[in-house]
Design a protein around this ligand. Sequence first.
Ligand code: NAD
Length: 324
Amino acid sequence: MPEENLTSLTGEKNGDTVNIDDVDRLIVVGAGTMGRGIAIASARRGIEVLLIEANENALTRSLEKVSGSLDQEITRWAMTESEKKAIISRIKGVVDFSEISDQLYVIEALPENLTLKMEIFRELDKYCVPEAILITNTSTLSITELASATERADRVIGMHFLNPVPKVRLIEIVRGLNTSVKTFHMAMVLAEKLERTAIEVFESPGYVTTRVMLPLINEAIEVLMEGVATAEDIDTAMQVGFDLARGPLTMADSIGLDHILSWMETLFHNLGAQKYRPCPLLRMLVRAGHLGVKTGQGFFRYDEEGNMISGSGQTSAAYERYRK
Ligand code: NAD
């Protein structure tokens, strides 16, 4: 916790405090995997969401995916039709900044590209009210560097949601060098509104979750590449052996192999340790466009709904040769 210990979860609104009931509207920029998840999780808690995409095509596709993922919940009896309607009615999709008004929370979920994120932060800084806090969902980029694109470095913070957002209850709240305690408090209020467990992290590439999980995933890929075991068996070993919800290769496929590679590269570049060197097999799969669930193929294959096709796991070429 920060030096000023929190006695209650309050932030600032026009000099006053922000409490959980004030969190009734927010903006999400980027309606990809994470943006959609954050929009659904927020709308589910009664928050009105303005979801901003790059263009009409991407927005239409995204809103269809939002509807599709809620339908899956209904199929699993985890949601009713009327709950779905209520959630959809609270998510408004747009393709520019013209509907930004006095929302206090803006969450950026753009691709992991520093130049793009800084450009959008510069724009958001102009459109948003001075009291608004700009939140990034980046996994590995510097909050301090992103904040330097704005005139409100004290009001920029990281809230690292994990995928799939509606299910994973953790948020890492990441303070940059200039993030104020009030901004941190506002982020904590939002986390509480979303019924999440929040941990505080000081800026460091990969925070806790990404930094600890990536070498595990990368090592699982190395083990596959060396032909030590099949993809299925590697995942079974880790899942059953260590009581994990999913094996590391399944996890990588669901996150997206392009993300894994770009995060590894950022960690390798920033921390310089060999343990963050991306496995060549990971690079190869990304080059081939096999990015995991979203492209239907990664370490495993997936159907249209994103369900894994059983028995579809990769074996490495070296392993195949050895078995013959
Ligand atoms: P994604 O590629 O699925 O989504 C990004 C979205 O941003 C796309 O829909 C794209 O069309 C949109 N976009 C691009 N340019 C835009 C613009 N100018 N204006 C508005 N929208 C624009 O990426 P993602 O997986 O959702 O990741 C988003 C962020 O969250 C990244 O920083 C990533 O590192 C981080 N993150 C991802 C995961 C994960 O498991 N995927 C987990 C934690 C954090």
